[in-house]
Design a binder for this molecule. Sequence first.
Ligand SMILES: [Fe+2]
Length: 145
Amino acid sequence: MRLSADEANAWIDAGTWHDALRDAPISELRDITGDRKSPDGLLHGPAVAIRLEAEGERRKNLLAAIRYHTVGSAKWDQTGRALYMADYLEPGRKFLAEDRGFLASQVPHNFEGVFRQVVRFRLEWSVREGNHIFPETVELWNSLR
Ligand SMILES: [Fe+2]
């Protein structure tokens, strides 16, 4: 994709760190974030971003990518979008393997087009499962039209 070294490094770091606290105790995640209300599954992204920033991380796009990776963000640049796609398209997951493999192969050719499809698939799945749709996800979807 001929990314700059800075951009490539931000994608790699986002992929490496975004789930670093996924298995941390919920009480720890609530202490780090100060968030007493959000569902448990939404805490690990913000917690990692807060920890990284406290440890000196200054790349705002990387922090935003990690902070919002579970719900999405309309304000993301390519790093946030790349992480969101990678999280869904990674080959290790078993569902829709063929379709996701095809989408992954198209990322270098049509980054924004694949991103839109990934947002759509994740949103459709959430609706089908009867899950709560978070405002950030709605804002992201509406920003793509
Ligand atoms: Fe995650």
